[in-house]
Design a protein. Structure first.
Length: 229
């Protein structure tokens, strides 16, 4: 996933991405997950998911307002991890909604963002229920990359570390001519094979495929140029 991208301008996302309280919550959520042994869920992940979610919708012709809501959902989707990993999507959705109302965001927009956050996680039986939630799911599940691994000591890797570390590039491409959303990965197969990637992320890919369908698209995963899904 590209990180050297031009951010949205004159938007709610641009205002919130520098909000001290929200940044503190992102940092604390990431510290919590680090202590529990999870990969990076900090500012980098939040920004990558925000920008990617907005770009998916933009590529499919959605207006700037909906793209902005997707970006905000992406930026705040993991704040619930402050309270622990279990039920982080539903917990985060509720207090992000309150944070948004406190910042004078319209109720309808705050509710759209809340819905997306509440439905982004496969372990909580999340499902894409509208375009914003679909874009968030696709963006979140596409952030597979070695930069998310907290240690470089291979002897300390668990399976998530090993598979993420194997992936050196992850691009989420919208091919409008065929209405296909492609997760295009480059991976070091001596560290993790395409079969390893598919096995570990099978549930995430299934959720992404369903989300793509809500956007009127098919979904494909490619590793080193070969389709695995």
């Amino acid at each position: 996933m590209q990180t050297n991208v031009t951010p949205l301008r004159n938007s709610l996302f641009e205002r919130l991405r520098n909000d001290p309280e929200i940044l503190t919550l992102i940092d604390r959520a990431d510290e919590t997950l680090g202590a529990l042994g999870y990969t990076d869920h900090g500012r980098r992940h939040a920004t990558v998911v925000a920008l990617s979610a907005a770009r998916v919708l933009a590529a499919l012709g959605h207006d700037a307002h909906r793209c902005d809501l997707a970006a905000v959902a992406g930026f705040t989707h993991d704040l619930g991890n402050c309270a622990g990993r279990q039920s982080h999507a539903s917990a985060g959705a509720v207090f992000v909604y309150q944070l948004l109302l406190a910042r004078n965001v319209e109720v309808a927009d705050a509710a759209t963002i809340m819905t997306a956050i509440a439905n982004h996680d496969e372990d909580e039986q999340g499902a894409a229920v509208d375009h914003v939630s679909a874009a968030l799911i696709l963006a979140d599940k596409a952030d597979i990359h070695r930069s998310r691994v907290r240690t470089r000591d291979h002897e300390q890797f668990d399976v998530h570390d090993r598979v993420n570390f194997a992936v050196t590039r992850a691009d989420l491409d919208v091919q409008t001519a065929t209405q296909t959303i492609v997760l295009d990965l480059a991976a070091q197969t001596d560290i993790a094979t395409p079969a390893d990637i598919l096995e570990l992320f099978d549930a995430r890919f299934a959720l992404s495929r369903s989300a793509a369908g809500v956007l009127g698209c098919s979904y494909t995963v490619v590793v080193n140029g070969a389709r695995i899904l």
